[in-house]
Design a protein. Structure first.
Length: 109
């Protein structure tokens, strides 16, 4: 299972390189690597969510869908915005839950 964590970004890197050789589109190559960096970063930061298991599982599912959307962008050149934003939304929901559950923060009203 751990080899997939290393293999997955390498697949996107290889696909983006092949598509760059085919199209010579530097903008698409840079956007692809930024998307890949964002998905990997959100996956690493998402480990903080383990205290809320259901939300953590939803976040992992959103990471997988965002990774698939990144591959779709590499192959077709079209964004699937909802799939790319889903991990960010789960992170925001987690932060809201943490903020509500923290008794040390002052209340809004």
């Amino acid at each position: 299972m751990k080899f997939l964590l290393v293999l997955a970004p390498l697949i996107v890197a290889a696909l983006s390189y092949v598509m760059y050789k085919e199209d010579s589109n530097v903008k698409k190559l840079i956007i692809t690597f930024l998307l890949l960096w964002a998905v990997i970063t959100l996956a690493i930061v998402g480990n903080v969510m383990r205290s809320l298991t259901v939300l953590y599982l939803v976040h992992i599912g959103a990471i997988i869908v965002a990774y698939a959307a990144t591959i779709y962008y590499v192959l077709k050149g079209k964004f699937i915005w909802l799939a790319l934003i889903a991990p960010v939304l789960t992170m925001i929901i987690y932060l809201i839950f943490v903020w509500i559950g923290n008794e040390h923060l002052p209340s809004l009203g």
